[in-house]
Every structure is written in structure tokens, then in C-alpha cells.
Write a protein that binds this ligand. Structure first.
Ligand SMILES: [Zn+2]
Length: 463
């Protein structure tokens, strides 16, 4: 979700019922003028035998801060009522019969459209002043992400304080009602922008040691460096999400546990699945090639985390990626893209094979366009991960795959010259302990991508 657009409020509610109108041009012009000032307008229509009455009433909305006060009662008394009639025959014109302007002390009749217009302007200016006097200042907005509720239902999380301040500023400028309630939420009509309190550890609370990762199924994944845990905590806090930390330093975020590990000397290697602890990046010898299906199926992203949050290995910088050969040890890679929590191969016509230079180019582009949110990491086995939170991909050194040849798809072992344009039937990872995907399902890539949390974009961007 993007935030920060001020002119077009993405959280604005859809327009409500039609504004009140009479169908009489002059009367409707006055109604629109009143609405522009933020006045409340109602139209009461009464059909008589030969003509129709339109009783139009303008009232001044009472700022919440003045409700029940003497000032509130004074404001409530500021009204203007006008009666228009129109004969029930074709081509008849509407006519102003009379209008009454009231305040707390008196009432007076006005006769002409010009006088009514002037009175509405006067009422409108007072209304704007009351609204401005009672409105919060942009500086009153809590310096935190806000979640917006429409009619009490949560509609959008993660709205920046700057965006809410801009909304407050716009309302003040227009002299329209806006108010801050006891929860410090900004309230506008049926919308409530509620500041979200993020609780739990800050990056500074993360224990300075590698952390073992246990997913929501309690399966252990590769250890990750403290720096990566800190980065994940930063991202979560920026998104308005809380985490927990227990006394032993274990952090729980979205059901995934990060358990600080003893120092390297005392540590027992978890060799059951052949994983190498991270934090030793660059020094680990390349693993022996393994069958393609095994390599393509492995997924170090803990269940419950996005690729952005869970990508393993050390962070690569934009600067480093300017000289790919110095940072990426391999010359040839296989791309897999993130699709509904799995890694899949691109369509056969896009081919999975990609050179080191192209991998680095894609990474640089994602970092450049990621609005500071994108990350790219280098895992200990040489695999490169990249995500901007919407789309993610990984690049596996083809040297990790036994008997790999660029002419053949590593997923189904058919020649690219023979296998047609469509998606590959193999070469995907499976989420941990999830039932296998329905093989009979027809994969239409573009349609499928539209529904994905982390990969809605055009896949060709990533090749
Ligand atoms: Zn294939």
C-alpha cells in the first residue's frame, strides 16, 4: 500500500447519497454555495395540487468540542430557511417565496435571491471560523502510523502521520469540521484515523548474536544474523506491526520465533538438514551440486514471513552492485519468482537462465525504485534474494544444480526449443507443511499474479 499522496486521499470514503437539490437552478446554486462552506443542507419537498413546495434549511455544523456548551447552542441557532415553489406544469420556473435568517437572539425575513445569497455567505463564514477554532492543528496529529476506520470498520493500515497532517491542514483551510478525540484519533465525518501504537522490541533490543528461526509450524530454518533481525524489526515497526520479546531475547513476530544463539565457539551445529549457519558469509565453500528439483524446492523463507522480511543472507548495497563480479561469485543463475508463498520458475518463453550482470542490474533497479523499502541479500550458498514488498525473486547459481544446461528447463528437463510458451509444471518450492498444490489447476501466470501479496507486477520486469 502506498501512502503520502495528499491531493488524492486514498482513504476517502466513496461519495454518499446525492447532495440535496430542488431542481430549481437558482435554489440549487445557493445550496451548493452552502455546501461549499461546510453548512448542512436539507430539502423537504411537498407536492400540492398545482405546485410543489421546497423547504430548504441550512444549519451550521457544531464542532464536537462545542457540543452541549453555550457556544454549541448559539451555533445551533444559526440557521437559514428558504421556501421555493414551482408550479406543476411544463416549463414553469421556480420562485423564492420567502426566507428567514435566525440566530440565538433574533430572526429576520429576507426577500431576494441576492439577500439570501449574502446571508448564506455570512452563515458560511461563521461556520468556517467555528470549525477552524475547534480544529486540531497538524502538529496535534500523533507522530505514528495511523489506521483508518470507515464507519467503525478498519479500512487501511499504515497511513503516515504526514498524510493525516495534510488531511487536517486541508480541512482547516476549507473551514470544514475535523476533530481529535480522546484517543488522539482524527475524526472526519464517517472516517476515523487512529494512531497505531507499535509495541515490542526496537532494533536496539535485538541480542547481538545469530538468531535461529522457527516458523509458525515450529520448523527450524537457517540462522540469520542479528543485523537481519534488526532490519526485520525496523520494517515491521515502520508498517505499524508489533512484536514481542521474552526475557531470553527471543523475538516473536507474526508467529515466527527468532531465538538468539550462543557464541560460535559453544555452538552446536544443526547439521541435520545440511544447513550452514549464516553470519559466516563469504567464507563458506560452495555446496556440492544437487538435483535440480531439490534445489528449486528448497525455501528458506519462514512460513508467515514475506520474502522482504525473511530473506536470508547478508544485505547487498546499491554501491556494491555496481561491480557485480566483486560481490556475486557466480556467472550464471536461475531465476525463480515469488508466487503465492512459493518459488516458481518463469514461463518457458521467458527462460530461467540469467547472467550475473543481469542479476545485478535487476537488483539495482529494484533498489532504485523501491522507495527505500526494497532489499536484496546474498545467502551463504550464493543465492541472491530481492524484494520490494510487492514483488520478489531469487537467483540461484546454476552451479548449485547438478548436470545443469542452459538449453533445458531445470524444472521439467525439456528443451526450451520444444517446451512451448507456458508455465513449467515443475521447479517450484512448496510452503512448509502445506498440502501440495492442486496439479490439475491451470496456471495462468498473469491472472494468478494479480491476486498475490508479494508479486502483483509484470513478471517480465524481473528477468
Ligand atoms: Zn519447465
Amino acid at each position: 500500500m502506498s501512502t503520502g499522496v495528499v491531493e488524492q486521499d486514498p482513504t476517502a470514503p466513496t461519495p454518499r447519497v446525492q447532495p440535496p437539490s430542488t431542481g430549481i437552478k437558482k435554489a440549487d446554486e445557493i445550496i451548493n454555495l452552502a455546501l461549499a462552506y461546510g453548512l448542512t443542507a436539507t430539502v423537504e419537498t411537498t407536492d400540492r395540487e398545482t405546485l410543489t413546495n421546497y423547504l430548504v434549511r441550512f444549519t451550521t455544523p457544531i464542532p464536537a468540542a462545542y457540543a452541549g456548551t453555550e457556544l454549541g447552542r448559539t451555533i445551533a441557532a444559526d440557521t437559514l430557511v428558504m421556501l421555493w415553489t414551482k408550479a406543476n406544469r411544463k416549463g414553469a420556473r421556480g420562485r423564492l417565496e420567502e426566507a428567514t435568517v435566525c440566530d440565538a437572539a433574533s430572526s429576520r425575513k429576507v426577500r431576494t435571491v441576492r439577500e439570501v445569497t449574502a446571508s448564506v455567505e455570512s452563515l458560511g463564514h461563521s461556520s468556517m471560523k467555528y470549525a477552524r477554532d475547534a480544529a486540531p492543528l497538524p502538529g496535534d496529529v500523533v507522530d505514528a502510523l495511523h489506521a483508518v476506520f470507515l464507519d467503525g470498520r478498519k479500512a487501511h493500515p499504515g497511513i503516515s502521520a504526514a498524510h493525516v497532517r495534510a488531511i487536517v491542514n486541508n480541512r482547516r483551510f476549507k473551514g470544514h469540521l475535523v476533530h481529535q478525540d480522546d484517543d488522539k484519533a482524527i475524526c472526519i465525518e464517517n472516517r476515523r484515523y487512529v494512531p497505531v501504537t507499535v509495541t515490542g522490541p526496537t532494533p536496539g533490543d535485538v541480542v547481538d548474536a545469530p538468531h535461529a528461526v522457527y516458523d509458525s509450524h515450529n520448523d527450524r530454518h537457517k540462522d540469520i544474523a542479528a543485523a537481519d533481525v534488526r532490519h526485520m524489526i525496523t520494517l515491521r515497526r515502520e508498517a505499524g506491526q508489533s512484536s514481542d520479546q521474552s526475557d531470553d531475547g527471543t523475538i516473536t513476530a507474526a508467529g515466527v520465533r527468532f531465538v538468539p544463539q550462543p557464541a560460535a565457539g559453544e555452538r552446536q551445529h544443526d547439521t541435520a538438514n545440511g544447513d550452514t549457519p549464516a553470519g559466516l558469509h563469504g567464507t563458506t565453500p560452495a555446496p556440492a551440486p544437487r538435483p535440480a528439483a531439490e534445489v528449486l524446492a528448497a525455501d528458506p523463507i519462514p512460513a508467515g514471513l514475506s520474502v522482504l522480511e525473511g530473506m536470508p543472507g547478508r544485505e547487498l548495497t546499491r554501491e556494491e552492485l555496481r561491480t557485480p563480479a566483486e560481490v556475486l561469485a557466480h556467472t550464471d543463475y536461475i531465476v525463480q519468482i515469488r508466487d503465492a508463498g512459493r518459488w516458481i520458475l518463469p514461463n518457458h518463453d521467458d527462460q530461467a537462465d540469467i547472467t550475473r550482470g543481469d542479476v545485478a542490474m535487476v537488483q539495482r533497479r529494484i533498489l532504485d525504485n523501491g522507495h527505500g523499502r526494497a532489499r536484496t541479500t546474498l545467502d551463504t550458498d550464493g543465492t541472491v534474494y530481492v524484494s520490494d514488498g510487492r514483488q520478489a525473486a531469487r537467483y540461484i547459481p546454476s552451479a548449485l544444480i547438478a548436470r545443469y544446461t542452459p538449453a533445458k528447463c531445470p524444472g521439467c528437463h525439456t528443451l526450451y526449443t520444444d517446451n512451448g510458451d507456458g508455465p513449467c509444471t515443475g521447479g517450484s518450492s512448496l510452503p512448509a507443511k502445506e498440502p501440495p498444490a492442486d496439479d490439475t489447476k491451470t496456471h495462468s501466470r498473469s491472472a494468478e499474479f494479480a491476486t498475490l501479496p508479494e508479486l502483483p507486477g509484470a513478471p517480465s520486469e524481473w528477468m
